[in-house]
Design a protein around this ligand. Structure first.
Ligand code: ADP
Length: 981
């Protein structure tokens, strides 16, 4: 069994349990968890993105708002500066147009340098403007009075500085390079001597070509020659009434002021604002913007020397030209406000700008994107961390779960596998024939039950095995016995199915038939039997239905010739539809039988030819013999007187010899007839007394001649009937009586009697003669056998009589037997079956008397040679008053009697002496007058074929002998009804 065990795809219980745990718990768990984590991360990412989008919009809005707000607030401030500048211009204009209003002493603090520069040497006590008059043009009184006029505005200038917080300096520059400026500073140390002021931006940017509208304009950031560092100015041209540009009035605002302004702006997200000039120059850049742009704001300037021309911020301060701004600078330059994004220092920034209309400046707000989303990122990071933590937690959980699971699997597998191992061991033990096992105790109920059942099974197996061993022993013994038996018999035993297919075969090994089956590949007996197969199959079917045993003889042609088998076939009990055949080789017997049949047939043929020959001979002899006998009798009757005694004696001798010869011929003829099967007998009830009387009549003359006494007592005896042929029985009895007389002693006697025994009647012929020796008692019944005794030769005889008598008796279903004692006599007995019909007929006849009563009167003609039958029929009709029976024993007389008596129906015995019944029928039917009469055959031929022959011959019905009275009456009735139909 071990060899058959399936080895592949098996695994340990532990692995299996663990794997199922994994499959059913861990893996789905893991998958679900992973799913959740994925969902968690993707939703957080999604929400982050959504928030970013949302925040982006929000921030843009917020920045737009803010930048607009801030720029407009700047606008307001700048506007106020512009207004102030206009106001100051008007003051200066008025002063220039008016007379000098101030005291000449104002010029006291003025001095003229050698190179023609006219300047203020020091400030006034209460603070006043500084004056510089460039030495490029000569300064005369007119110029000095212009200085005085302009100084008249000094107090206004002072006030402006007081109220205008943005303003750091206020001044006027004239076309001839006079600069009056407040607050005071030491101009000689600051300005060069021959400064051409209209060449500076804070002058020409306001001239007609730059500022045709003559309004206040704001300069770009420039380095202040007055030593205030970087600044921007609101400048406005001062035209005289005849539109001569007298000078430019300006209010300076230091860049630093804007820077401070911007710094003070509260920009969210760590952002900052920048102020950009019209051409893109960064006017103000707060500290936190410097690193972004890698710039340092030019807040201060070291005036090591005088500023000889206008000085602007360097090129890299121009925002529009910065590479970082590519793509956005045009937009900023063109659009009044808007948003954008740039990368600064590798970080993304949101940019919002707004235009200060009066100056054309832009307030640009920069916010690092990072800081916008810093909080969001922070939250995201936290969420991510939570996610990571979850994963970590899961991993830890799974590791713990895995360990617990693994331990659990070990435990469970141990729980199961330990008992299983025990069960396996039990199985192994049982397999090794240790059938009786005690099951160990297990904690698992099912396994315990399995073990218990295994133990029961083992026990049952053990018991069964013991039985098997016993049975096997017995079987072996039986087998040995069976094979001994089989070897001892020549029969071959086969088992077949209902189709004739061989299932099993038991026999002696050298059995001829088995060799035939073994040599042949055919295992179907039916096909092996060829033509006999059909019969065989039918027999099988019959046996299967009836369940009875049958025997069949069949042959098979083998290499050694035809083999005959006698097979007894019987069905096997039960539903199996199998049969057992025991076939015996009967070839030898069969061959013997065939040779016997052959020789018998040959003998019979020879015998028949002999009989035929004898019959022919007898016939040929009888014809001349009849003539001899006839003529010798005529001679005796007619010529007795004319012949002498010896002649009469001779003729008598001829007659006797002829008679003897005729007897011989007749007997030979009978014998021949019997042996050739041509002897016909008609069995019918025969009255024993009647036939005995007839026999006595026949032999009496001989007995008297021999002086033998015949002893019989028949007249007072009750009638007995036998089934026999009347004539033949009489012949047999005459034969026996003749012998008894012939072979008797002088003055002996012959007893002639009959007796009943069971269903038989025995007729005895007993003489006092010489007897027959015991060894001859069988032989005397052989044809032509005569006893070889002294006096025997004197007795006339042929040796045929007894043999004819014996064969005739046997033809009549009877037998002859002999008992004899030498010199005491012989006792021949003829035993025949008794006919019982007559004894019981009276009542039946009477009972049926009425059957024919409804007809008036009838005449029935009966042609019958048998006395007993005649008597019986007479008795039947005697009881019927209206039936008149006419009868004859001779067929030849039938026609004339019928013509004479006109019977209603005719009953005609078939077996008549002379012409037979068929001939009589022919003659009656040939007669016009008689043709219509219904005729029934009365016959002992009871066979179906015979009945067919009778009806075919033209009979209207038939009555079977021995007569059954009821059937007889019925038939008569039917015939009568035919007549009267
Ligand atoms: P047959 O009488 O013509 O010789 P059977 O066949 O009748 O021929 O008899 C055969 C022989 O049997 C007789 O020849 C005779 O020897 C013997 N036999 C027959 N009947 C008797 C008898 N009643 N007593 C003695 N012998 C008999």
């Amino acid at each position: 069994m071990g060899d058959r065990a399936v080895k592949s795809n098996t695994e340990s219980l532990y692995k299996w349990i663990f794997r199922s745990f994994l499959k059913t718990a861990l893996v789905p768990f893991l998958i679900i968890e992973l799913g959740f984590i994925i969902i968690y991360f993707s939703t957080s990412m999604w929400s982050r993105q959504e928030t970013i989008n949302y925040l982006h919009g929000e921030v843009e809005n917020e920045m737009n708002q803010l930048v607009l707000e801030k720029s407009s607030s700047l606008q307001v401030q700048l506007d106020s500066v512009s207004i102030t500048a206009d106001f100051l211009k008007l003051q200066f204009k008025k002063a220039l147009e008016d007379e000098v209003k101030v005291n000449r002493s104002y010029l006291d603090r003025m001095a003229m340098t050698s190179n023609g520069m006219y300047y203020s040497m020091h400030d006034t006590v209460d603070g006043g403007p500084a004056v510089y008059y460039s030495g490029i043009s000569p300064i005369g009184d007119a110029e000095k009075s212009k200085v005085l006029k302009l100084l008249g505005v000094g107090s206004v200038m002072k006030d402006i500085i007081k109220v205008q917080s943005l303003a750091s300096q206020v001044y006027i520059n004239t076309y001839d390079s006079l600069n009056v400026i407040y607050p005071y500073f030491d101009v000689i140390s600051q300005y060069p001597a021959k400064m051409d002021i209209p060449k500076y931006n804070f002058y020409y940017e306001a001239d007609l070509s730059h500022n045709p509208e003559k309004k206040v304009v704001w300069t770009d950031a420039y380095l202040d020659p007055a030593g205030q560092g970087w600044m921007t100015s609101a400048i406005t041209p001062l035209y005289s009434d005849d539109s001569f540009l007298e000078g430019v009035v300006g209010i300076d605002v230091t860049v630093n002021t804007f820077t401070q302004q911007i710094l003070n702006m509260d920009i969210p997200y760590n952002g900052y604002a920048m102020l950009i000039g019209k051409t893109g120059t960064i006017l103000a850049l707060p500290d936190n913007g410097e690193s972004d742009w890698a710039l340092e704001e030019l807040n201060t300037h070291h005036y090591a020397e005088a500023i000889l021309e206008d000085t602007f911020k360097p090129e890299n301060f121009n925002l529009y030209n910065r590479v970082e701004m590519e793509g956005l600078s045009e937009k900023i330059a063109v659009e009044a406000d808007g948003n954008g994004e740039i990368i600064l220092q590798n970080a993304k920034r949101y940019v919002s700008w707004s235009t200060i209309e009066s100056t054309g400046w832009k307030l640009v707000m920069i916010v690092p994107v990072d800081s916008v989303f810093a909080h969001l990122e922070n939250i995201n990071n936290q969420l991510f961390n939570i996610g990571l933590f979850m994963i970590l937690g899961l991993i830890v959980f799974f590791i713990v779960f895995f360990i617990i699971l693994s331990r659990r699997a070990v435990k469970v597998s141990n729980l199961i596998s330990t008992p299983l191992v025990s069960i396996n061991q039990m199985v192994d033990k049982i397999r090794n024939s240790e059938y009786f096992q005690t099951p160990p105790e297990f904690p698992v109920k099912e396994l315990q039950e399995t073990a218990n059942k295994l133990a029961y099974m083992g026990e049952a197996l053990g018991i069964a095995n013991n039985r098997l061993i016993n049975t096997q022993g017995e079987l072996k013994k039986n087998e040995a016995e069976l094979s001994a038996v089989l070897n001892s018999i020549d029969d071959m035993i086969m088992e077949i199915d209902s189709e004739g297919n061989l299932i099993n075969l038991w026999n002696k090994t050298d059995n001829e038939l088995s060799l035939v089956y073994a040599q042949s590949s055919l295992v179907n007996i039916q096909s092996k039997l060829r033509k006999q197969g059909k019969v065989f199959k039918d027999l099988i079917d019959e046996i299967l239905i009836s369940g009875l045993n049958e025997t069949i003889e069949y042959f098979i042609s083998t290499e050694k010739g035809i083999k005959w088998y006698l097979a007894r076939i019987s069905a096997v009990d039960g539903e199996s539809r199998k049969l057992v055949i025991s076939a015996r080789d009967v070839t030898l017997q069969k061959e013997l039988e065939f040779s016997l049949i052959e020789s018998k047939e040959a003998a019979e043929l020879a015998n028949r030819s002999k009989s035929q020959f004898l019959s022919n001979m007898s016939h040929e002899l009888r014809t001349p013999l009849n003539a001899i006998l006839g003529f010798s009798q005529l001679l005796l009757m007619e010529s007795t007187e004319s012949m002498d005694e010896s002649q009469v004696e001779n003729i008598t001798e001829i007659t006797n010899a002829g008679q003897h010869l005729l007897k011989l011929i007749n007997e030979v003829l009978d014998l021949a007839k019997i042996e050739s099967g041509k002897m016909t007998i008609s069995l019918e009830p025969v009255s024993v007394v009647e036939v005995m009387k007839e026999a006595i009549t026949m032999v009496r003359p001989l007995a008297e001649l021999q002086n033998i006494r015949l002893v019989y007592a028949l007249s007072d005896r009750q009638e007995s009937f036998v089934i026999a042929d009347h004539t033949r029985l009489k012949q047999v009895l005459i034969n026996l009586l003749t012998n008894a007389i012939k072979y008797n002693k002088v003055e002996g006697k012959v007893e002639f009697n009959y007796r009943s025994n069971d269903n038989h009647v025995i007729i005895d012929v007993i003489d006092d003669g010489m007897g027959i020796p015991f060894d001859q008692q069988d032989l005397v019944f052989n044809p032509f056998h005569r006893l070889n005794m002294d006096n025997n030769f004197n007795v006339e005889g042929t040796g045929i009589g007894l043999s004819v008598a014996k064969q005739m008796t046997e033809l009549m279903n009877g037998r002859i037997y002999l008992s004899s004692e030498m010199n005491k006599g012989s006792h021949f007995s003829v035993e025949l079956p008794q006919a019982t019909v007559v004894a019981q007929d009276d009542n039946i006849v009477l009972a049926n008397k009425t059957n024919l009563m409804k007809y008036d009167s009838y005449r029935v003609m009966y042609v019958e040679d048998n006395i007993a039958n005649l008597k019986l029929v007479k008795r039947i009709f005697e009881n019927m008053d209206n039936v008149d029976l006419v009868e004859t024993q001779q067929g030849e007389l039938a026609t004339s009697l019928a013509l004479e008596t006109k019977p209603d129906i005719i009953l005609l015995d078939l077996n008549l002496p002379g012409i037979d019944g068929f001939e009589v029928l022919k003659r009656i039917k040939a007669n016009e007058e008689l043709r219509h009469i219904p005729i029934a055959a009365v016959t002992a031929y009871a066979m179906n074929d015979d009945q067919q022959r009778i009806i075919k011959a033209g009979f209207d019905g038939y009555i079977i002998k021995p007569i059954d009275i009821q059937l007889f009456i019925d038939e008569v009735h039917r015939l009568l009804s035919m007549k009267y139909r």
